[in-house]
Ligand binder design. Sequence first.
Ligand code: CMC
Length: 442
Amino acid sequence: MNNTTKKEVKKAILSFPDTGESYEMPVLEGSVGPKAIDVRRLYTDTGYFTYDPGFTSTASCESGLTYIDGEAGILSHRGYKIEDLAAGSTYLEVCYLLLYGELPDKKRFEEFVHHVTYHSLVHEQIHYFFRGFRRDAHPMSVMVGAVGALSAFYHDSLDIDDLEQRELAAYRLLAKMPTLAAMAYKYSIGQPFTYPRNELSYAENFLHMTFSVPSETYDVNPVLARAMDKILILHADHEQNASTSTVRLAGSSRANPFACIASGIASLWGPAHGGANEAVLDMLTEIGSPNRIPEFIERAKNKDDPFRLMGFGHRVYKNYDPRAQVMREACHEVLSELGIENEPLLDLAMQLEKIALEDEYFVERKLFPNVDFYSGIILKAMGFPTSMFTVLFALSRSVGWIAQWKEMIEEPTQKIGRPRQLYTGPAPRHYVPMTERGIEIP
Ligand code: CMC
């Protein structure tokens, strides 16, 4: 359940000038952020729906996990700023924080790390399941299938009414996501799967499973491991985005957690969401050289051209995405560690950013670089192919999805999500049977 509860602070009045009637609705206040008009009884009491496609003004739930102030460029988890977490915490501590609401003490943290580490192996049969996929399948398609398939393997963590089973499902998902993500990569390049090594940290283990081969020793570079950990932290949760809302909606029907997380992965795949980091790199490659930047900026501004500047703009941030700042610094650290003095794509990205930030179109619409603008460059430098970028996003975001799913299930008033619609199809009309319309029924 949430740490703080909402409270009613005043009433809002909706008036219907045609009838002269009015309707009073409670205005709710959370701990920080905009207040919300409670419209839950609106339809029952008045017969009206609210209309908000894209949910730009709708709070779909109450949550105590993550807070974003898009105007100020602030992101915090359980009250702690993302910059501070990226600088001083680890991904597993952030996982603990998101799942349990507080920073752990030493003992609790060690227990948590033990649980997550202990479950890192996947059922051996899953290796055969992977072999059913074509080698050239996009790793995200493999992830959607493999994570959903976990529900076919772990029957003792499917009862969502049992707290212990929910905990077990959370540990399993956190522990097995890096294993599955690395397997999706290994499968695509025809290398053998690498088993996890539990003495390594979460990020180190993932790099080991992704890049080591049985025929050689592989020492994880600590700078790259720290950068990987930061990337995981930066993507851990982001309140009610498309994939998280998908997980909540799937979970609201009481589907099992593995199926819910698979639905989140499917939603994340799109280029307007998690697929953007892959799209940024494709875009930078297509631009190719700084003298072509103006041409692409013009295309992004042209309403008749579907092209958008990938890695720019955000539904919530109308300021610099705080994650982009940390990502940009991490990008420089990784490139310098790897001795990449001149990365043409990074130079291009920085020039593109500068030009866009001075352009009236982008300034007016408050379009700033988002987290994905630099993440592709850092991941490419670390050796990941572009097709793995969204998989890494899914891996990082798993904890957010699980924590949001748990929060929802543990909410006593939780009910199935069921939006309504503004119907614009034909009004009721008379049906003429097929035979009367000259169509023979076989
Ligand atoms: N390039 C050019 N114009 C843009 C862009 C862009 N990247 N983003 C928004 N606009 C324009 C848009 O055309 C509209 O202009 P107008 O008011 O003249 O019609 C205005 O800015 C507002 O855009 P919108 O489409 O109403 O904004 P939205 O909140 O629906 O879309 C977005 C948010 C992220 C889908 C969009 O900015 C976008 O497509 N960005 C590129 C894809 C991207 O980088 N996605 C990653 C998001 S961050 C990671 C994550 O959380 O998943």
